[in-house]
Design a binder for this molecule. Structure first.
Ligand code: SF4
Length: 393
């Protein structure tokens, strides 16, 4: 099989594994599909939070594992191909140059975790040494990879990742008992953390959940996310929606709606930038986030006793909890307060469209100008079914 034929197989296969949603500076990017073409660019933030085009290449679509949701699993009936490190580097180098792009390099587990991880590292080294590639490199290593390979990867990578998939050993046992969650995944992430904290991985560590594959709740995912950030210094946590794909043992399971992954991302954003603790978020009786409301609005609706807030006196951290108000809006309000008392909505008109939402949650020098519209809409939306467009992948 020549390289072009291999790429024709590996490009669509990259759909299945890639981190396809990135949150950067409060904005979400939905990447394009990972076709091996000029459209294969997606967005990923570098060490400085700058969004850059990133190409993705899956080096192998052959796998010894049998994750039940994955079409690349050993028992799956899909075309297979594996690029050698030389082939991968030679194929990707001109594309990276043409697009001035970064690269996310990953692989299924062909042979062993170490053999596959080494192939990824070798390919990265060839890019750096033979093709003088100095751009952004994100290397995704397979679970169970050895310390030596993790260390070697850290020497060439800007960012490293290893997919966690599920939030606990108990969920791993449900999904795929052949993998040891603590050893194959968490221990390897610890190694990455140590290298990151030693200054060897400058753009940090990432991981990804497959949301909904193991019956886990949002609360489990968010609690695990908070732990990953605190204990393992994981900088980026991605939430990929489980899709029930034909030809897998989970073909008849219910696919996870994309909106669920959006809510998880928003909740994670609240933990990172808004001072929320995981246990503060509003979860329903099944320990899930509301699909109808963003987590900040859902939290506010659960705490009517905390509103309205006096806009002239509330500290920044309290203002930050008002639905519709982000760090920039809070900064603006604090600046406006230095100019004089805010007595009516017109005094915060500089906030634009957010003003209408905010007035339902604040008083201006003791006066309330809210209409209750935000709550009315929220209640109406709470009863609406979530309708999503189906995608092929
Ligand atoms: S290890 Fe990765 S590629 Fe292999 S079956 Fe599991 S999810 Fe698929």
């Amino acid at each position: 099989m020549d390289v072009a034929e291999k790429l024709a197989i590996l490009a669509p296969a990259a759909h299945y594994e890639a981190c396809d949603t990135h949150a950067v500076a409060g904005r979400r990017y939905q990447s394009t599909k990972a076709h091996w073409s000029e459209n294969a660019l997606s967005a990923e933030a570098d060490a400085k939070g700058v969004r850059r085009p990133v190409m993705r290449l899956l080096m192998s679509a052959e796998c010894v594992h049998n994750c039940p949701y994955c079409p690349l699993r050993a028992g799956g009936d899909v075309p297979r191909a594996t690029l050698t490190p030389d082939e991968a580097a030679a194929a990707v180098a001109p594309q990276l140059q043409r697009h001035n792009a970064g690269l996310l390099l990953s692989t299924a587990v062909v042979g062993s975790a170490d053999a596959s991880g080494s192939a990824v590292v070798d390919s990265a080294q060839i890019l750096r040494n033979r093709y003088a590639y100095r751009g952004y490199l994100h290397l995704k290593l397979p679970p169970g990879v050895s310390h030596a390979v993790v260390e070697a990867a850290a020497r060439v990578a800007d960012r490293m990742s290893l997919n966690i998939e599920v939030p606990s050993a108990a969920r791993q046992a449900v999904l795929d008992p052949s993998r040891d969650w603590r050893s194959d995944v968490i221990l390897r992430l610890r190694w990455m953390r140590d290298l990151y904290q030693a200054g060897q991985i400058k753009s940090g560590i990432a991981t990804q959940f497959v949301v909904g594959a193991a019956g886990e709740s949002d609360q489990e995912l968010i609690t695990a996310t908070a732990w990953l950030r605190k204990e393992l210094a994981v900088g980026r946590v991605y939430y990929g929606a489980f899709k029930a794909l034909a030809g897998t043992p989970m073909a008849n399971a219910r696919s996870t709606p994309q909106v669920r992954t959006q809510r998880l991302l928003q909740a994670d954003w609240l933990l990172r930038h808004y001072g929320f603790a995981a246990e503060e978020l509003a979860f329903d009786g099944q320990a899930n986030l509301s699909l109808a409301h963003d987590p900040k609005l859902a939290w506010a609706l659960h705490h009517p006793e905390l509103f309205p807030i006096e806009i002239n006196r509330a500290p920044a951290e309290q203002l930050l909890r008002i639905p519709g108000l982000g760090p920039l809006g809070v900064k603006r309000i604090l600046r406006l307060r230095t100019l004089g008392m805010l007595r009516e909505p017109a005094h915060i008109a500089v906030l634009g469209a957010a003003t209408q939402r905010i007035i339902d949650f604040v008083t201006f020098d003791g006066r309330f100008f809210g209409t209750g519209r935000t709550m009315q809409i929220a209640r109406r939306n709470a009863n609406k079914p979530i309708v999503e467009q189906l995608t092929l992948f």
